[in-house]
Design a protein around this ligand. Structure first.
Ligand code: ZN
Length: 311
């Protein structure tokens, strides 16, 4: 009976099951399911026909997270709603960037200007493809939001000192948080209003409106709006603000709140954007969308003011 219940959610296989009701553990039914799942996996690994011919390609596992397009815009573009290779790397630098998209995470964002800040890659569909980051910090590294758990990435982060904290900006981008916590013993931080069943056991729950401090040089800033308990992380010495899904720029270079994906209140989110006028940062590293770097705080503030005035 248990197997029948399970198969009810797999309509493709139901007919096979009903035609072989005495199926047991070693039945052809189970083997058939396994073969079909494997076949679907193989199909997903095939190149999308939208790629130009050549060595590099995007396969059907693409979730349109935009990462390859902002990391190597010379190589990748959006075709029919997903990424594809539109032009093959024409020099060593482009080739390296295209390879980085696939393999060598965590990679530094900008070693000269913000040393110790890395993009973790391995975007998870459980986090809707959001980017996650790593701060290599003298008092213990901090993961910001959760990448997909893979052994390769875990070993790479381990070589960089592991992680002491995993700061979760909000409930959407938590992906494999538990696996990372189990692997590194890192304390997970999440606002209490964002806690759901899957995050019930996070070690540090933030209450109220903050701000909260982590070490001497990190501030956690309550920025409700996208969700009730969204929080941004400010790494003060490097003037980097990790915004989660609070604020980013889109492919067209416009600041955006992602209003179509608002889960709490757009007016409240706008108030939270106004709050950032008081915050000293130049870099903005979001979960979704593109990174922003401002020349100085004046430029950052005029950009935020222009955005708020347009709303
Ligand atoms: Zn979100």
């Amino acid at each position: 009976m248990a197997m029948a219940m399970k198969l009810r959610f797999l309509p493709n296989y139901e007919h096979r099951f009903t035609s072989a009701p005495k199926a047991c553990r070693s039945s052809p039914v189970k083997l058939s399911i396994k073969n079909q799942v494997q076949s679907q996996r193989l199909q997903k690994k095939k190149r999308r026909p939208e790629n130009v011919a050549g060595e590099f390609f995007v396969d059907h596992t693409c979730i349109d997270c935009d990462t390859c397009r902002w990391m190597a815009p010379e190589v990748f573009s959006r075709v029919d709603g997903l990424s594809a290779v539109s032009k093959h790397p024409s020099c060593q630098d482009e080739r390296l960037k295209a390879l980085q998209v696939q393999k060598t995470f965590p990679i530094p964002i900008n070693m000269d200007k913000i040393p110790g800040v890395y993009h973790c890659g391995y975007h998870s569909d459980k986090s809707y493809g959001a980017a996650s980051y790593l701060i290599v910090h003298p008092q213990g590294n901090i993961l910001i939001d959760s990448p997909k758990y893979t052994e390769r990435l875990a070993r790479n982060i381990e070589d960089m000192g592991g992680a002491q904290y995993m700061f979760l900006t909000h409930k959407d981008d938590v992906a494999d948080h538990k696996k990372w916590s189990d692997r590194f013993g890192c304390k997970r931080i999440l606002h209490s209003t964002e806690v759901q069943d899957i995050t019930e056991d996070v070690e540090m729950k933030l209450d109220g409106c903050g701000p909260w401090s982590l070490n001497d040089d990190i501030q956690l800033i309550h920025t409700p709006g996208h969700t009730e308990g969204s929080v941004c992380l400010l790494y003060k010495p490097l003037k980097v603000l990790f915004t989660g899904d609070h604020l980013a720029i889109e492919e067209d270079s416009e600041l955006s709140l992602s209003e179509e994906y608002n889960f709490y209140s757009v007016p409240v989110q706008l108030e939270s954007v106004a709050k950032l006028l008081e915050v000293d940062f130049e870099w903005m590293l979001p979960g979704h969308g593109r990174r922003v770097v401002h020349k100085d705080i004046e430029e950052k503030n005029s950009s935020l003011k222009a955005f708020l005035a347009s709303k």
